[in-house]
Ligand binder design. Structure first.
Ligand SMILES: Nc1nc2c(c(=O)[nH]1)N[C@H]1C(S)=C(S)[C@@H](COP(=O)(O)O)O[C@H]1N2
Ligand SMILES: [Mo]
Length: 210
């Protein structure tokens, strides 16, 4: 792992997940995972259609400023690029994937979550949801609302036009076809979590199922 740490990433992640072995070199491939060069596609249900005229993105719940943006508005927000490893609970990992999107900091600045907000629920097309502790979204400087992969718009299968990216948790938390974020005081299970997937989902701790 690089020693240059401009975002204080290691310290922030350690604070969020005290038991996590971030700085171990062997930790790059989490336990029970194998490496793949491919980019497998995994989701429940069908790939939704995108219509730029009717698509919107909302932020609601425990926030000072509820947000609603059209696709045209969303596409003008500042973006950044990240390179990151991703880890699927079905045991494949992929190294050095390249994404571009709107950083999580933007969500915090525009929506101004209330101090009592401690969890978020990601809301996607077809009613798909995934729950994430807010501290995990905050701790990982790679957390973003991603709309490009390898410099190109996301493939429909991989979440076009927009997906969540929170790469230090298992990849099911990176909800595809994202349409909104809800800030909550209490945790509640999302779609896969309702079928027994872990409420947190840290790959280094092998939090696959609860
Ligand atoms: N909307 C939606 N997003 C989803 C899912 C889903 O079923 N619906 N599955 C998750 C799971 S289980 C995984 S492993 C990743 C897979 O992303 P990929 O198909 O881009 O590899 O998407 C996640 N995001
Ligand atoms: Mo998954």
């Amino acid at each position: 792992m690089a020693t240059w740490d401009p975002f204080g990433k290691v310290q922030r992640l350690r604070k969020a997940n005290p038991k996590r072995p971030f700085d171990s070199k062997e930790g790059r491939l989490p336990p029970g995972q194998y490496l793949t060069e491919k980019f497998p596609v995994l989701h429940y249900g069908s790939v939704p259609q995108f219509d730029a005229e009717t698509w919107d993105f909302k932020i609601w719940g425990l926030v000072e400023n509820p947000v609603r943006l059209t696709w045209d508005e969303f596409a003008q927000l500042p973006t950044r690029q990240v390179v990151t490893d991703i880890h699927c609970v079905t045991r494949w990992s992929k190294f050095d994937t390249k994404w571009e999107g709107v950083p999580w900091d933007w969500v915090m600045e525009i929506a101004k979550p209330k101090p009592e907000a401690r969890y978020i629920m990601l809301h996607s097309e077809h009613g798909f949801t995934a729950n994430v502790p807010l501290k995990d979204a905050l701790a990982d400087e790679k957390t973003m609302l991603a709309y490009k992969f390898n410099g190109l718009p996301l493939e429909p299968d991989h979440g076009y036009p927009l997906r969540f990216l929170l790469p230090h948790l298992y990849f099911w938390k990176s909800a595809k076809w994202l349409r909104g974020i809800e800030f909550m005081i209490n945790d509640r299970p999302g779609f896969w979590e309702g079928y027994g997937y872990h409420m947190h989902g840290d790959p280094l701790l092998e939090q696959r199922f609860s």
